[in-house]
Design a protein around this ligand. Structure first.
Ligand SMILES: NC(=O)c1ccc[n+]([C@@H]2O[C@H](COP(=O)([O-])OP(=O)(O)OC[C@H]3O[C@@H](n4cnc5c(N)ncnc54)[C@H](O)[C@@H]3O)[C@@H](O)[C@H]2O)c1
Length: 309
């Protein structure tokens, strides 16, 4: 299936990543339906040329009807907060995993035949590995409820490929940043939080020594991963990292932001937070081979985009 497709369903399309994906798909000339309950997404994020269906991905009848009426599906709806998943375990499991199983079931029994599904998994499926760069064949070893549900989605996608012929592709994004990421969301990356603090003239809090690293990827690059993955969805249910392959420390982010703003940000150090991993950087070679995609926005440039917004 290529992007000649005309009708595309994007679950979670009112959220941070989903709304950027919708903008791009509309720009490519597709007819987009967004399914979102607006729990963390916003109506204003949804491009006016897309149709917003305000509803729940757990609503089996609604999902079945929308799947019947579409030619491809991007599934991003989720409780994308590690902390909220921990606090509301059953609810988050129902949204992050069971709803996806229901969606796969709807695709597998779709009246007009199966359609490709590209879904957001997460780098959280790796847990706290000490192998770097992190590559796809490492064992699934999540240490959070959120990561466990994402790992479950990958396993179900594979099973749905085998048993119901559902073609899928799973992406494991690392730390995404960019416009429309909400600073108050507990999943929000440090970049969005820092920029928000700097705009308010507040100090930056850095946990631990600040040398902890992340693989920060700009949302525009993630969108290209999603689009490329649609053409590669298959019953083998491939998965790959969605990242830059570059490691940047939290302290470097603070310094780069200061550089761009032309004044040194005030930093306070706080004790390390329980559960925070120290290092994260992806191996992107599998993604390059499989999808032919490579992230193009360097962190310094991405930070400028975020600050200029
Ligand atoms: N942001 C990141 O760094 C990152 C990293 C790895 C994976 N992901 C994954 O990417 C996807 C998008 O994340 P995001 O950062 O844009 O989060 P987000 O919270 O901005 O977007 C999620 C969207 O899903 C919607 N939603 C939640 N529950 C729903 C339900 N029951 N029914 C319908 N809609 C529902 C929300 O309203 C929101 O619009 C998620 O699946 C997330 O797990 C994000």
């Amino acid at each position: 299936m290529t992007l000649d497709t005309k009708r595309i369903l994007v679950t979670g399309g009112a959220g941070f990543v989903g709304s950027h994906l919708v903008d791009r798909l509309v720009g490519l000339g597709h007819r987009i339906t967004v399914l979102d309950d607006l729990s963390t997404g916003f109506r204003k994020n949804v491009c006016r040329d897309a149709v917003l269906v305000e509803g729940d991905v757990r609503d089996r009848e609604l999902v079945r009807r929308l799947i019947d009426e579409t030619d491809a599906c991007f599934h991003l709806a989720a409780i994308a907060s590690v902390q909220r998943c921990l606090a509301f375990l059953e609810e988050s499991h129902a949204i992050n995993q069971t709803a996806f199983v229901g969606l796969l079931e709807s695709v597998g029994s779709r009246k007009g035949g199966v359609i490709p599904v590209v879904y957001a998994s997460s780098a959280a499926v790796y847990g706290d590995t000490d192998v770097f760069p992190i590559y796809e064949n490492l064992p699934l070893c999540p240490i959070s409820i959120y990561g466990a549900d994402k790992a479950g989605c990958e396993l179900h996608a594979r099973a749905a490929g085998r048993t119901k012929g559902v073609p899928s592709f799973g992406l494991r994004p690392f730390n995404i940043y960019g416009p429309r990421q909400h600073p108050s969301s507990s999943y929000s990356g440090v970049i969005t939080v820092f920029v928000d603090r700097l705009r308010r003239g507040e100090k930056l809090t850095i946990y631990a020594d600040g040398l902890q690293t992340r693989d920060f990827i700009h949302v525009s690059d993630i969108v290209e991963y999603f689009i490329a993955a649609l053409g590669k969805a298959s019953v083998d249910a491939p998965v790959c990292n969605a990242a830059t392959g570059k490691e940047t420390s939290v302290l470097e982010i603070a310094h780069k932001l200061s550089e761009i703003l032309g004044h040194e940000a005030k930093i306070v150090f706080a004790p390390a937070r329980t559960g925070d991993i120290y290092r994260s950087v992806a191996d992107t070679s599998h993604a390059q081979t499989l999808l032919g995609v490579r992230a193009s926005v360097a962190v310094a440039e991405g930070l400028r985009f975020v600050l200029e917004r």
